[in-house]
Ligand binder design. Structure first.
Ligand SMILES: C[S@@+](CC[C@H](N)C(=O)[O-])C[C@H]1O[C@@H](n2cnc3c(N)ncnc32)[C@H](O)[C@@H]1O
Length: 287
C-alpha cells in the first residue's frame, strides 16, 4: 500500500513537472520498432484500409494528400496502388520508420522527417485529404484537429483510425504494478491514456468541436491469443502497440521479466494469453 502511495505521489509530481514521455521518446521507440512493424501491418492493415475510400474523393482534380505520421508508408502505398491522381506529402518523426518507407516508393512522394505538429504549424500548404493512421494519441487531439482544419481545403477530408479507450485491457495495470515494484527505475510517466477517444462517440465529438461533419464512422475490436506470456510481450513490443513505455524506465531490460510475470498472472484466459485492440475509425469533412 505504502509503495502504491509513493508511486502515485511520484507520478503526480512528474506529471505536474511535465516529466512525461515526449515526441523525442516516441521517435526513439519507433526507430527500434521499424524493422518489425510489418507484424502490425500484416494483422491490422486491413482495418486501416477502411479509411482509404476513393468513392469520397473529388475526382475532378489532382489531389493533394498529407499522410500524417506515415510510419513505413502503409497508407501512401495503398493510395498509390489505387492509382489516384495525386501528390503525396508524408511526414513522420522516426527516421528509421521512414527508411523502410523510402525503400519502396519513388520520388512521387515527398517524405519529411519532422515532428508532425511542427510541420503542421509551419506549413502554408493546403491539402484535399489528410490521413492519420494509428498516431492521433501521440498528440494533443484538440491542437491536432485544429491544425488539420487549418491545412485542409474547404470540403477536404480527415481520415483517421485510432486506438480507443478499453484497448490493451489490463496492460496499464500491469505497468503500474511493475512501476510500483521498481520505483528506483521509474524515469518518466506516460499520459497517452488521456488521448484515447471514448469510442466513435468520443472521436466524432473531437471532430465536431472543430466543425467537421461525419462522413463515415465505426468502431471495432480484435483479439490476439498467444501460447506463452513471452509471445504476448513480444507482440506488444515488436508491433509498437506499447511504443513509448520502455522510456518510462531507466533500463527497460531490468523490468522485462517482471512485466512478463504480470502478463502471466493477469492475461491468461481459456488456455491462452489474450490481448485486445479496440479502435475507432472515421472520415470527417471540413465544413
Ligand atoms: C503506429 S505508427 C503508424 C504508422 C502509419 N500511419 C500506419 O498506419 O502504419 C505511429 C507513427 O507515428 C509516428 N509519430 C509519433 N509521434 C510523432 C510526432 N510527434 N510527429 C510525427 N510522427 C510521429 C511514429 O514515428 C510512428 O511512425
Amino acid at each position: 500500500m505504502l509503495n502504491k502511495v509513493k508511486l502515485y505521489l511520484k507520478g503526480a509530481s512528474k506529471l505536474y513537472n511535465k516529466e512525461i514521455i515526449t515526441s523525442g521518446d516516441y521517435a526513439k521507440e519507433y526507430d527500434k520498432v521499424a524493422s518489425t512493424y510489418n507484424l502490425w501491418l500484416a494483422e491490422m492493415g486491413k482495418f486501416t484500409d477502411k479509411i482509404i475510400k476513393p468513392e469520397y474523393y473529388n475526382e475532378e482534380k489532382r489531389l493533394k494528400i498529407l499522410d500524417f505520421a506515415c510510419g513505413t508508408g502503409y497508407i501512401t502505398k495503398k493510395l498509390l496502388e489505387k492509382e489516384i491522381d495525386c501528390e503525396i506529402t508524408a511526414v513522420d518523426i522516426s527516421a528509421k520508420m521512414l527508411e523502410q518507407f523510402k525503400e519502396v516508393v519513388g520520388s512521387e512522394v515527398r517524405i519529411i522527417n519532422q515532428d508532425g505538429m511542427k510541420f503542421l504549424e509551419n506549413t502554408e500548404e493546403k491539402f484535399d485529404l489528410v490521413f492519420c493512421g494509428w498516431a492521433l494519441p501521440y498528440f494533443n487531439q484538440k491542437e491536432l484537429i485544429k491544425q488539420f482544419k487549418r491545412v485542409l481545403y474547404k470540403k477536404g477530408l480527415a481520415c483517421v483510425i485510432v486506438n480507443s479507450q478499453g484497448t490493451l485491457q489490463g496492460i496499464e495495470e500491469i505497468f503500474l504494478k511493475v512501476m510500483e515494484k521498481n520505483q528506483q527505475e521509474v524515469n518518466k510517466f506516460m499520459d497517452i491514456r488521456f488521448h484515447l477517444p471514448k469510442g466513435t462517440e468520443g472521436l466524432e465529438k473531437w471532430f465536431k468541436n472543430q466543425n467537421f461533419a461525419t462522413v463515415k464512422i465505426s468502431e471495432e475490436e480484435n483479439n490476439f491469443a498467444f501460447d506463452t506470456p513471452e509471445e504476448l510481450f513480444e507482440w506488444l513490443t515488436k508491433t509498437g502497440a506499447i511504443a513509448g513505455t520502455a522510456q518510462i524506465f531507466q533500463d527497460f531490460e531490468k523490468v522485462k521479466d517482471d512485466i512478463i510475470a504480470e502478463i502471466k498472472k493477469k492475461k491468461y484466459e481459456n488456455g491462452k494469453y489474450v490481448i485486445n485492440h479496440k479502435f475507432a475509425s472515421g472520415i470527417f469533412q471540413r465544413s
